[in-house]
Design a protein around this ligand. Structure first.
Ligand code: NAG
Length: 345
């Protein structure tokens, strides 16, 4: 179904473009910390191949880099709306660059990736969760240590103060973030803590948004992007997991984050399911027994009908035949004997 064809006349243009483009996407080797289908764009490069990915290059300011999943996704298909859970570990060095952003962009985005503003300055259709370390009055940033949700503009639709949870984004310390989107509740949640700590129960930021309405059936890509602004800020990513969750339309009350539920809850659920199973088995057993009884009655009924019928058949000639007296007598006798047998028993 997914066919991709390039009109022949665009091939020479594409070749010229690719030869002019300074850095083309480089595949990142598949490792447990990153998984398959990742591309490095811009200044992004693997370090100690690839125990970490450095998105910005302090030697070439302004610098920007993008780690992107090459597999496009669709938020709306004919059957199921899409939910996702992603988590990544990263560090941002103490300069006042832009920081890091988790971005969702149209599938044809990579040639538009720029040097500024998380590489998004030439794209106006995007969704971003930014871990912002600069105070940019133009886009309404209040402090250089916040998480913001951006839709098509770097003017955030929602921000959360990271200082309020006693963390500093650009301290150089390794941090861990979870971004979960649930399509049935149309809710986005962002969690953040120091690397090594358990996933926080309370989200740092929660925002109602319908990504299915925003992207519909369009093919989009997800990525982690960083830009250093005019600083020498270094942003490193140490791991990144991205999981899609398709929820059938009829199921509405799916938790935003199944992992947030304790194992106790899971066990409760399992016990409930076992009970449900037993109940189903029992009802099936009753049903089967009922069916069996019904069938037995039906057979018995037919059998008695057939048995009576045969004696009636034996009687009919008696009624119809007018002569042949002996034969008639015997027949009657037979039926009588039969009925006498029945009385005796
Ligand atoms: C962020 O939180 C810190 C600590 O609670 C507070 O001092 C600061 O004023 C807050 N900044 C903004 C912009 O809300």
């Amino acid at each position: 179904m997914a066919t991709f064809s390039i009109p022949t006349f665009t091939i020479p243009i594409l070749l010229i473009y690719l030869s002019l483009k300074p850095i083309s996407p480089i595949p990142l080797p598949n490792t447990p910390h990153f998984g398959p289908n990742l591309l490095l764009i811009g200044d992004a490069h693997a370090i100690n191949s690839p125990s970490s990915v450095q998105l910005t290059d302090p030697k070439s300011s302004p610098s920007s880099g993008l780690l992107i999943r090459s597999k496009p996704i669709k938020f709306r298909t004919s059957t199921k709306p899409l939910s996702f859970s992603t988590d990544f570990t990263f560090s941002i060095s103490p300069q006042n660059g832009d920081g890091l952003a988790f971005i969702i962009v149209p599938a044809d985005f990579s040639p538009k990736f720029s040097r500024e503003r998380f590489g998004l300055s030439r794209e106006n259709r995007f969704f971003a969760v930014k871990f912002d370390t600069s105070v940019n009055g133009n886009v309404g940033d209040r402090n250089g240590n916040h998480v913001g949700v951006d839709v098509g503009s770097l003017h955030s639709v929602k921000v959360s103060n990271v200082s309020a949870i006693n963390l500093v984004l650009n301290s150089g310390i390794k941090l861990h973030s979870w971004v979960d989107y649930d399509s049935s509740s149309k809710r986005l949640e962002v969690r953040l803590c120091e690397f090594g700590n358990p996933r926080p129960y309370d989200p740092l930021l929660a925002h109602g948004i319908d990504l299915g309405e925003m992207w519909r059936g369009e093919k989009v890509l997800v990525g982690l992007s960083s830009s250093s602004g005019n600083s020498m800020q270094r942003t490193n990513v140490y791991s990144w997991k991205f999981k899609l969750r398709s929820i059938p339309n009829w199921l509405h009350s799916q938790p935003v984050n199944p992992q947030a539920f304790s194992s106790e809850h899971d066990q409760e659920k399992m016990v409930d399911q076992k009970k449900l199973c037993a109940l189903r088995l029992f009802s099936r057993l009753i049903f089967a027994t009922g069916c069996g009884l019904l069938a037995a009655f039906a057979v018995l009924f037919l059998w008695t009908l057939f048995a009576n019928g045969s004696s009636q058949v034996a009687v009919i000639p008696v009624k119809c035949s007018t002569n042949s007296g002996d034969f008639r007598y015997e027949k009657i006798k037979l039926v009588l004997e039969d009925s006498l047998d029945g009385v005796k028993n």
